[in-house]
Design a binder for this molecule. Structure first.
Ligand SMILES: Cc1cc2nc3c(=O)[nH]c(=O)nc-3n(C[C@H](O)[C@H](O)[C@H](O)COP(=O)(O)O)c2cc1C
Length: 332
């Protein structure tokens, strides 16, 4: 597949259905092969983004931020995710992209929005918003691979109005997709997403880089909310959903249905099994990292608060299975 054919296929298919494309956001310790398969079982988005991977680590196993299982794909996972990379050294992106192309990945995303202090100290994530030339260089370096290249960023570092310079700068780099989390680095996720800038961003894209697809992100809980935004802003191409899947693993469902506790717990069983398989390849993430997922399935509105609490006290996937085997004991 040639550059951008990856994204145009996704986008054209969505346009035929009179909708934007929907993606699941890159989320550290969440968007791995295990959870991508669980969400696919519930209702798949058009594509997934991987957890962020330190670009240098792809060809240098001795970095501070090793790849571990971030690029691992279970043989049952049919479609490759877009691999998100972070860093600021062009050479790291160039060699990482060559390796990813050899492995059969088709698309790279560059993280230009992570607010984490360690990432910023290492000149990645939102630090690129303050250093435009690094952003320019890493995009150009990633493109040498021939893979599709996208960037995910925020409106600015300190003030939302920074988007007036930053977004045109990125559009001039001619990426396939520009994903904008509609907040600044300083705002983290603490204020509502700035939906008021969507039309300005679309106008910039139309003027500077009409071929670049615009995807927005931030506080969009599900498919229906994404469609509402699309109807209000038909110039949008894509909608990215992150935390929405924590409230509803069926967030990408086009016709929302009510899902029973049994259906939700079946997804949890699947996640436990996939996690065990994953753990035979990588000892990271460890069992406690699974606990953040229990609340997705054992929901209070379905009378499952005690069930969730019992699972929170477990130490292994088998402990969780034992509790699930006698779940009626815990249900209200
Ligand atoms: C647990 C978690 C991990 C995240 N990890 C990443 C990451 O690796 N790369 C990235 O670009 N953004 C990451 N994000 C940010 C999300 O991709 C997304 O931009 C943010 O959550 C806002 O979208 P939402 O309101 O739909 O969740 C992470 C967010 C969460 C909650």
């Amino acid at each position: 597949m040639t550059e951008s054919a990856f994204w145009s296929k996704i986008s054209n298919q969505a346009k035929e259905e009179h909708r934007p494309f929907f993606t699941m956001a890159p989320m550290e310790a969440v968007s791995n092969t295990v959870f991508r398969q669980v969400i696919t079982q519930a209702c798949a988005p058009d594509t997934f983004f991987s957890e962020f991977v330190y670009a240098k680590a792809i060809t240098d196993p001795n970095t501070k931020f090793p790849v571990h299982g971030r690029l691992y794909m279970d043989s049952r996972e049919k479609n490759r995710p877009v691999v998100q990379l972070w860093g600021n050294e062009a050479t790291d992106f160039e060699t990482a992209a060559v390796y990813l192309a050899e492995q059969g990945f088709q698309a790279i995303d560059i993280n230009m929005g992570c607010p984490d202090g360690t990432v910023i100290k290492n000149h990645g994530g939102s630090d690129l918003i303050r250093n435009h030339e690094w952003a320019q260089d890493v995009i150009a370096a990633a493109k040498t691979s021939g893979l599709a290249v996208s960037a995910k960023t925020r409106l600015g570092y300190s003030k939302p109005e920074e988007f007036e310079d930053w977004i045109p700068f990125l559009l001039h780099q001619n990426v396939d997709v520009l994903t904008i989390h509609l907040r600044t680095k300083m705002e983290m996720s603490k204020v509502p997403a700035h939906l008021e800038f969507i039309d300005d961003i679309i106008k910039m894209r139309d003027e500077i880089a009409p071929q670049t697809l615009i995807q927005i992100n931030g506080d969009i809980p599900d498919y229906q909310a994404g469609m509402k935004l699309y109807k209000e802003h038909p110039g949008l191409d894509g909608i990215m959903i992150g935390r929405g899947v924590f409230a509803n693993p069926f967030a990408f469902e086009k016709e929302p249905k009510k899902h029973s506790l049994d259906e939700l717990l079946a997804l949890l069983q699947m996640q436990l099994n996939l996690f065990d398989d994953f753990s035979t390849h990588y000892d990271v993430p460890r069992f406690p990292s699974l606990k953040r997922f229990f609340k997705i399935y054992a929901r209070p509105e379905l009378g499952a608060t005690d069930l969730r609490n019992a699972m929170m006290d477990t130490k292994s996937t088998d402990d969780v299975r034992k509790i699930l085997a006698e779940k009626d004991k815990y249900l209200k």
